[in-house]
Write a protein that binds this ligand. Structure first.
Ligand code: ADP
Length: 634
């Protein structure tokens, strides 16, 4: 066997997403170079966490916490910086899997959305999280030497890449467990070969980490030059942040810790850190991010908290502690009640999990309520990012329905724009004295909602209507039936009754008109037959001749569209045709003696109403034919 074979050396190509990431990262993060240290120290700390976890079932793996740490050393002569940990390490398979591919689905699509505008990309890439590959922001070549815990010295591997198309991997011998990452610095990465600069950055990024992070400091000779002598100097406090007293932790430390747990670059919006003793004994640190993760709406989006038991890291993405509509929450929970050998299966239906989940949910909702109350601007920026997800709440979480409903924001006739900024509580404050319902309208878009003919009477009477135009809204309204004791009422439903807002004289006049109009309604019914559920007179309209509405307990237009879009079979919507007797066109129709021409009038009015309601009509050519017949008579 040649030596190349014994070393089992191969050259492999990066997955194309990795190549793209490397390219984008180097070009968009050059102004934010130092974050490579945060990412690599973060990985080293995670590797130690994982080792500790494995040692729970295999105590031979390490000698105790005193053994663990991250060490950084500069080799100025060779232009390298090495970051070493004695954590879990990686086997050959691990290396190929983790340092050559990106396992997240949807990555290629995400990258394809990135533009050439690099200032924007740094934001987006930050949301994506760059991890290990960030080494290439400062290095033109990276060597990783790693030995997995439990494997022998001669079962270690070396990975090397210049960050272009490929990398090499070969077997090596390594005396110690864990991973050494050596960065061969680019010209513009050399600032990190200074002890001072390094010390500064490390303390910024590692104070909150639970294991010591040390730097090799050279002793100086008389001329101030480095000698071969030196010592390891610990830079950080090495106490896990959440175990410290709240009052001793600065805002910056909380923010840096957030970046460590979330792999997000931006600062969080807010957080809540609590130690609870009593029935359950635990600490939680929950963050609300400022930006939605790029894959929040993907089906396999990883969500959840980091779970620790008695300060030992157990798992990432423990989604059991948060309902799905709060899946954007980042942070951790450290329980003293769960067993150390807890698994996802055990967590699933466990009393402790359940009660921690309830407590964490309440805490997040309270945090949001507070934000909404104290800092509206901040809350609206939160809503822009996460409102869509929060709207899943009323369906998912019966127990907190009212609280979640209070956090929802909508567009409304009170405001001009499409911005969703009106809360239900403020709607109720503005309600008219005789009003006991929360009026709302769902449509395909803000424009469709705002221009809906159903709004005419509300505008005339000065009654506010909530305008909903997100796809999820119709579905949301199936679960949201009341808030603060007030029922919701869709204004496109037949049960809508505005007589409360009318005086006696008005009502009397309407009754008379309705009586006179009876024969027109009958003729319309006869003409349409089974095509509509019912025909009736309405006084809810002003400049619109007719509308269609649905019965209170029947499926509405938006719901039918939602089902159709989801590929489900929706029963046909049965519309009630409402005619405005005061409209000039309707008056002309009423005067028409020829039943055939009368029928054309009905077609035109029904066609218009359907168009306004659904954005489409069943038989456009019949409609056009009817319009043309009438036009030719003008
Ligand atoms: P992330 O940390 O977000 O998973 P990274 O690109 O930073 O993404 O790392 C990919 C994977 O490589 C990690 O999940 C881990 O399994 C492995 N890895 C990276 N650095 C180390 C290390 N120092 N020790 C052990 N494994 C590591």
């Amino acid at each position: 066997m040649s030596s190349a074979e014994t070393k089992n050396k191969e050259t492999r190509g990066f997955q194309s997403e990795v190549k793209q990431l490397l390219h984008l990262m180097i070009h968009s993060l050059y102004s934010n170079k130092e974050i490579f240290l945060r990412e690599l120290i973060s990985n080293a700390s995670d590797a130690s966490d994982k080792l500790r976890f494995q040692a729970l079932s295999n105590p031979d793996l390490y000698q105790g916490d005193a053994d663990l740490g991250v060490k950084l050393s500069i080799d100025a002569d060779n232009n390298t910086l090495t970051i070493s940990d004695n954590g879990i390490g990686m086997s050959r398979e691990d290396v190929v899997e983790h340092l050559g591919t990106i396992a997240k689905s949807g990555t290629a699509e995400f990258f394809s959305k990135l533009s050439e505008d690099q200032s924007k990309d740094s934001q987006l890439i930050g949301q994506f999280g760059v991890g290990f590959y960030s080494a290439f922001i400062v290095a033109d070549a990276v060597t990783v030497r790693t030995r997995a815990a439990g494997l022998n010295a001669d079962q270690a591997v070396q990975w090397h890449s210049a960050g272009e198309g490929d990398y090499t991997i070969e077997d090596i011998s390594k005396d110690t467990r864990g991973t050494d990452i050596t960065l061969h610095m680019r010209e513009d990465g050399k600032e990190f070969l200074s002890e001072w600069r390094l010390r500064d950055v490390i303390s910024k990024y590692s104070d909150h980490i639970g294991i010591p992070v040390s730097i090799w400091t050279h002793e100086k000779d008389e001329e101030g030059k480095d000698t071969d002598q030196g010592k390891w100097e610990q830079i950080n406090k090495a106490q896990a942040l959440w175990t410290r007293n709240k009052s001793d932790i600065s805002e910056e430390e909380y923010q840096e810790f957030y970046k460590h747990v979330s792999h997000d670059f931006s600062d969080p919006l807010t957080w809540s850190h609590n130690r609870v003793e009593g029935k359950n004994d635990y600490t939680s640190l929950l963050y609300i991010p400022a930006k939605a993760p790029w894959d929040m709406m993907n089906r396999d989006h990883k969500s959840g908290l980091k779970l620790y038991v008695q300060r030992v890291f157990i798992m990432d993405d423990a989604e059991q502690f948060m309902p799905s509509y709060l899946r954007f929450i980042r942070g951790l929970i450290d329980s003293n009640d769960l067993p150390l050998n807890v698994s996802r299966e055990i967590l699933q239906d466990n009393k402790v999990t359940q009660s921690l989940r309830n407590a964490c949910t309440k805490r997040v909702l309270t945090m949001l309520e507070r934000m909404a109350k104290n800092d509206e601007e901040k809350y609206l920026s939160f809503w822009k990012e996460f409102g869509m997800v929060l709207k899943e709440g009323p369906a998912e979480d019966m127990a907190n329905k009212e609280k979640v409903a209070g956090l929802l924001r909508f567009a409304s006739t009170e405001n001009d724009g499409a911005e969703q900024s009106v809360g239900l509580a403020s709607y109720i404050e503005r309600m008219k004295e005789e009003q006991d319902k929360i009026y709302y309208l769902t449509a395909d878009s803000y424009a469709a909602a705002k221009n809906s003919p159903h709004l005419e009477q509300f505008r005339a009477k000065g009654i506010e209507v909530i305008l909903m135009y997100d796809r999820i809204d119709e579905w949301l309204m199936n679960y949201l039936t009341e808030f603060d004791g007030k029922q919701f009422q869709s204004i496109t439903k037949a049960g809508l009754d505005l007589s409360k807002f009318e005086d006696e004289a008005e009502k009397e006049k309407q009754k008379e008109t309705e009586e006179e109009f009876k024969s027109v309604v009958e003729r319309t019914k006869t003409y349409l037959g089974e095509r509509v559920k019912e025909v009736r007179t309405t006084f809810k309209l002003a400049s619109t001749p007719a509308v269609v509405v649905t019965d209170d307990f029947e499926m509405g237009t938006q719901m039918a569209k939602l089902l159709a879009a989801a590929g489900q079979e929706a029963p046909e919507v049965k519309y009630i045709f409402e005619i405005n007797p005061e409209h000039p066109l309707v008056k002309r129709m009423a005067d028409e003696a020829d039943e055939a021409v009368f029928g054309r009038w009905v077609e035109v009015l029904l066609g218009q109403a359907m168009l306004a309601e659904r954005g489409a009509m069943e038989d456009p050519s019949q409609f056009v034919g009817a319009v043309n017949t009438l036009l030719s008579k003008v």
